[in-house]
Design a protein around this ligand. Structure first.
Ligand SMILES: [Mn+2]
Length: 307
């Protein structure tokens, strides 16, 4: 059986693409099941309640030799703990390629706004029938990852696919639907500072060192800014505990499309300010127009460390 897994600290795109891909493979006569590497976030929870979908089983490890499909990621640091023991048979992703495999496998990588876009294309191109619920889940993944087409990661393909999916899903007001999603994402209640930093957090290797980069996409930036002291001290703790060279946290204002960043120390502050021409506003690094970790933040770091 193919075990379909998205990345750690799962977001709506990684979870929804995995669930719908399970259906696609089953329709092709294959045995498949989607899993989650951790708790789903409030936005994904809202989507599941809306469309009556059950949360996938959480796993941390799988037995040696298990066949897996990596969805929405291909970096070891973002994947299942014992990835090295497992048999990757397929990768579907929209991030840069980092992974090395020991045998040829199927890889579907496209520079589109979400993994759900790639899954939808698989349905349409193969003439496979898609249910109303699954079409809705794919729309949710695309809306989430592209910040409803605001992110620079958005492509024309994402827009066309949402239109086509919505012929099946029949969501009346997509703008309203997206605001409900972002509202749920912004509603963090009294979560712990560790959960906050790791809400949407990934580890990347740049120039031989590991860096943690968390983002908080929100319509309520003050929630994050008001907790800046505890966030920064938690980031310092994570840096030590995980042996990282630095930790960065970007509070992304979804509607204004600006970033308010915090870092784990003076060196990191300096580096971030230099790379993104950030203005220090009372200990918060402000960058206008910065919203995408994948397309704006990570490439700058890559470029800098290649330098
Ligand atoms: Mn994604």
């Amino acid at each position: 059986m193919k075990h379909i897994i998205g990345h750690k600290n799962p977001d709506t795109d990684t979870i929804c693409s995995a669930i719908v891909y399970e259906d696609f493979l089953k329709q092709k006569g294959e045995e498949a099941k989607a899993f989650a590497l951790g708790k789903i976030n409030n936005e994904t929870r809202l989507i599941f309640e809306k469309f009556g979908v059950e949360e996938p089983e959480h796993i941390q490890e799988l037995p040696h030799g298990t066949e897996i499909v990596l969805l929405d990621h291909n970096e070891e640091a973002q994947s299942i703990d014992n990835l090295k023991d497992l048999d990757i048979v397929e990768i579907i992703d929209h991030h840069k390629i980092k992974l090395e495999t020991d045998k040829p496998i199927s890889i579907y990588i496209e520079p589109v706004g979400s993994s759900c876009t790639i899954i939808a294309k698989k349905y349409f191109e193969s003439g496979t029938e898609i249910s109303k619920v699954n079409a809705s889940l794919l729309i949710a993944g695309i809306v989430s990852d592209t910040l409803f087409f605001r992110s620079p990661t958005t492509t024309e393909v994402d827009k066309e696919i949402v239109e086509k999916l919505n012929e099946v899903a029949g969501i009346e007001d997509l703008e309203k639907f997206s605001l409900e999603m972002f509202d749920a994402k912004s509603d963090l209640g009294d979560i712990s500072v560790e959960e906050l930093v790791k809400l949407d957090y990934k580890v990347f290797e740049f120039g031989g060192n590991d860096y943690g980069i968390g983002v908080m996409e929100t319509m309520n930036k003050d929630y994050g800014i008001n907790r800046k002291e505890e966030i920064v001290s938690k980031m310092k703790e994570i840096k030590e505990a995980d042996g990282l060279k630095g930790v960065f946290f970007g509070i992304i204002d979804i509607l204004d499309e600006n970033c308010y960043a915090l870092t784990s120390g003076d060196e990191e502050d300096k580096l971030f300010a230099e790379l993104f021409d950030a203005k220090n506003q009372d200990g918060v690094l402000f960058v206008k127009g910065l919203v995408s970790r994948k397309k704006q933040i990570v490439p700058k770091f890559e470029e800098h460390f290649k330098g």
